[in-house]
Write a protein that binds this ligand. Structure first.
Ligand code: ASP
Ligand code: MG
Length: 457
């Protein structure tokens, strides 16, 4: 069996849902279980109505609710013939009555708890899965709605509840496996789950990928398909570098490095449950289903290409700490890091010399407070508007002289800090934000000209 997950833009309207029905139909022989996100922007809308209700603004909450309601009714109407529409209409009606009732309750109390917030946002995936199941049925697919809350068992940390992998696997055997064995196509909302006591939870924004990975791991799927609106992952940002190539295959570790640097396609940590079981995860485009996308696997074979991708992370600040008084006395670094830790400020790159230490941070929020503390120990200087450029590839560790090649290519650009990740999968350096386009184009031209056709398109 396989798991097919469709994100918000793949279910955004009747055209999109009609399209994915065709995609699922083409895979029917592989016995799919389908996971769907809320229709695009609906989760944001639900959070906004919950917030409005929490402030006591019931008029605004209801108005936002009506917009979401219109969208679902319109979509269902466009997708379904009369008989089925009447049935689904009644079903949606009930859902929206509960939602409005809930919002009025929140407004009356004037307080929005994380638990209630989860209940409100859970409507997004519930509604989309109802509409998608009906649309599939109307197109001749043996679809059946599977309530995620019966399957995705979590702890009770609302907003970012932790899925209980063993229990989920057990529930899948009971609630999903028999359906699939009977030739049905279960359609389950992503992102939502419930505690053992049956309280609705959510597993973090963008969590539908995680739901798909949990379902795939629990059912030992042959593969997991993450359907989105781009042709998989690229060697670099095509807006900066129009000749960026599609990456056909990438290791989990490489994809994880890239995600950290802002490649927005999918957060690999969410598909870890699948990777750990050696289940490949494919990133595919529901608007261009014949494109083969990107395959994320536990390990890749050796390739002749040095790098898989180049990413940039802008809006970085360098903080330089010069230990004039203590001259890197024993315990100095510990004190410095303790200050960042105390202000909950994450450090990206660190470089040290005999008398100074430079770090980069990606949030300026805590800088004034951090500076005040650091100045008790050292002189502090900063430079804003910096960017980290990161080259990712598993071959880095096997090839000598990589750094020399990279910095030779960068000789026209002022490189402020350098770091080769401990994982030896990435090489990062810091430059001025305004140099990013030139740096990326130069590096791409240099390192992505002779491409391994097994790895790149
Ligand atoms: N609908 C949820 C969100 O917008 C989950 C998802 O789309 O994966 O965060
Ligand atoms: Mg998503």
């Amino acid at each position: 069996m396989i798991v097919m997950k469709f994100g918000g833009t793949s279910v955004e309207d009747s055209t999109a849902i009609d399209r994915i029905a065709g995609i699922v139909k083409a895979r029917l022989a592989e016995r799919p279980l389908v996971v769907v996100s809320a229709m695009s922007k609906v989760t944001d809308g639900l959070l906004a109505m919950a917030a409005a209700a929490g402030k006591g603004d019931i008029d605004k909450a209801v108005e936002l609710c009506h917009r979401v309601r219109e969208r679902h009714f319109t979509t269902a109407g466009e997708l379904l013939h009369t008989g089925l529409f009447t049935e689904v209409h009644a079903r949606l009606q009930t859902e929206f009555e509960s939602l409005e009732h809930l919002l009025r309750g929140i407004a009356a109390v004037g307080e929005l708890t994380p638990r209630t917030s989860d209940y409100v946002v859970s409507f997004g995936e519930q509604l989309s899965s109802i509409v998608v199941t009906a649309a599939f049925t109307a197109r001749g697919l043996p679809a059946i709605l599977l309530d995620a809350r019966k399957v995705i068992i979590t702890d009770s940390q609302h907003g970012k509840a932790i899925p209980q992998v063993e229990e989920i696997s057990g529930k899948l055997q009971v609630h999903a496996k028999p359906l699939i064995a009977n030739g049905k196509v279960p359609v389950m909302g992503g992102f939502i789950g419930s505690t053992r006591e049956g309280i609705t939870t959510t597993i973090g924004r963008g969590g539908s990928d995680f739901s798909a990975a949990l379902a795939g791991a629990g059912l030992n799927a042959e593969r997991i398909e993450i359907w989105t609106d781009v042709d998989g992952m690229k060697t670099t940002d095509p807006r900066i570098c129009p000749d960026a190539h599609r990456i056909k295959i990438i290791s989990f570790d490489e994809a994880a490095e890239l995600a950290y640097f802002g490649a927005r396609v999918l957060h690999p940590a969410t598909v870890l449950p699948a990777i750990e079981k050696n289940i490949p995860v494919l990133v595919l485009n529901s608007r261009n289903p014949s494109n083969e996308g990107t395959r994320i696997v536990a390990r890749t074979q050796k390739s002749r290409s040095l790098f898989k991708a180049i990413a940039a992370k802008p809006r970085i600040t360098i903080i330089e700490i010069v230990a004039a008084r203590m001259l890197m006395a024993h315990g100095f670094l510990a004190k410095v890091f303790e200050i960042f830790d105390r202000h909950k400020c994450a450090i990206d790159i660190v470089s040290t010399s005999e008398v100074s230490i430079s770090v980069t941070v990606d949030s300026n929020e805590a800088i004034p407070a951090i500076t005040a503390d650091l100045e008790k120990l050292a002189y502090v200087k900063f430079s804003g508007r910096q960017a980290i450029i990161c080259l990712v590839g598993e071959s880095i560790r096997e090839r000598p002289g990589v750094a020399a090649q990279v910095f030779d290519a960068m000789k026209e650009i002022n490189v402020r800090m350098i770091s080769q990740g401990a994982s030896e999968l990435n090489m990062s350096f810091v430059i001025e934000e305004s140099d990013v386009p030139a740096a990326i184009r130069t590096l791409h031209a240099r390192f992505f000209n002779d491409l391994d056709p097994e790895v790149f398109d």
